[in-house]
Design a protein around this ligand. Structure first.
Ligand code: ZN
Ligand code: ZN
Length: 335
């Protein structure tokens, strides 16, 4: 069985599969790429040929234009392709719509590149699938024992309680446009919130695509078509940057909220002027990461972007060989 180090290499462009001659989530334009999901630090423009889930291809077209990738091949979850003896399949990663783990089999050894992932239920995407493998490549965004994300329903209840207490103020929620915003909306609907939700244009665009892809989000309105009065006591969702720039000046005395895993760090919330932090993460927390390492039963793990050390130490205590892959170009902020 060939060791994965002999056929998967870290290069300045990203992780490279030598026999298959393709990159995984390359950070620069390459001839052939497999892209795990639509976030900007993973789905980059300019590749010649790309394999991804149909949803990820749609997201990339919306964000970067129809021709940013010359050739695309949509690969459904669970189907497989073969290149020069490398078998490729995609399985749900539970991170955002269309997000995939890449399962590579070569010479009898199986490597899973998990991309970004989480383990908890998300009404806007399929749940993470555990795939047993020989080598598991994991992210490490929240890989410290202090990171334990609370139940998302508790966080949504905090928001609904604040709405009730402050019927005269707009709740302005900063949420990353792809994934987080739709999840917050879906969680609000699940909690019984039926009113229209007002959106910044950048968020509206992604929500329309989610609707096209079959995710119900209820009644959504654009902020641009509403006057100040309409927004009193309502929920507005905008990209995190917009909650702090000129765009947000149209709201009088809003309650600024931010939905992010980083909101567990109070200091970060304070620095950003966030009055109501909502700890809602699309990345695995410490418990989800360690649970996953155990469940995939891989004797080897490689740890990519984030905090590698604690997870490597944890793996070693479980008798799992672990190494850090220094991968650059993936942002931890887009969470
Ligand atoms: Zn991501
Ligand atoms: Zn990432």
């Amino acid at each position: 069985m060939p060791k994965p180090q002999s056929w998967l290499k870290v290069t300045p462009h990203g992780l490279f599969c030598m026999p298959g001659d393709f990159y995984l989530d390359p950070i620069k334009a390459v001839p052939k790429a497999i892209v795990t999901h639509g976030h900007a630090d993973h789905a980059r423009p300019g590749h010649e040929a790309v394999i991804a889930t149909p949803e990820t291809i749609e997201i990339a077209k919306m964000r970067m234009g129809n021709n940013t990738w010359q050739k695309t091949e949509a690969l459904q979850y669970g189907r497989s392709l073969r290149f020069n003896g490398v078998n490729i399949s995609l399985e749900p990663a539970g991170h955002v719509i269309g997000s995939a783990q890449v399962v590579l089999t070569y010479g009898g050894s199986k490597v899973v590149v998990s991309g970004d992932y989480k383990r908890r239920q998300d009404p806007t995407c399929l749940p993470f699938k555990v795939v047993q493998c020989d080598t598991f490549i994991t992210e490490a965004t929240f890989a410290l024992p202090v990171f334990r994300h609370p139940d998302d329903h508790t966080e949504i209840k905090k928001l609904l309680a604040s709405l009730e207490r402050n019927p005269d103020r707009t709740h302005l929620i900063g949420a990353y446009a792809l994934g987080k915003a739709q999840r917050v909306i879906a969680l609000l609907r699940k909690a019984g919130y039926q009113s229209p939700i007002f959106l910044h244009g950048a968020i509206k665009k992604v929500c329309n695509l989610y609707k096209q892809l079959g995710v119900p989000l209820g009644e959504l309105k654009s902020v641009s078509h509403s006057n100040k009065k309409d927004l009193i006591g309502q929920i507005v969702i905008a990209p995190p940057s917009a909650t702090r720039d000129r765009w947000s000046r149209r709201f009088t005395n809003p309650i600024v909220c931010f939905a992010s895993g980083w909101m567990q760090i109070r200091q970060r919330a304070r620095q950003r002027g966030v009055e109501l932090p909502l700890i809602i993460s699309d990345h695995a927390d410490w418990d989800e990461l360690t649970q996953t390492l155990v469940e995939v039963e891989a004797p080897d793990i490689w740890v990519t972007h984030g905090r590698e050390e604690a997870l490597i130490h944890y793996a070693e205590t479980k008798g799992i060989r672990a190494r850090a892959l220094s991968m650059i170009g993936y942002e931890e902020q887009n969470e």
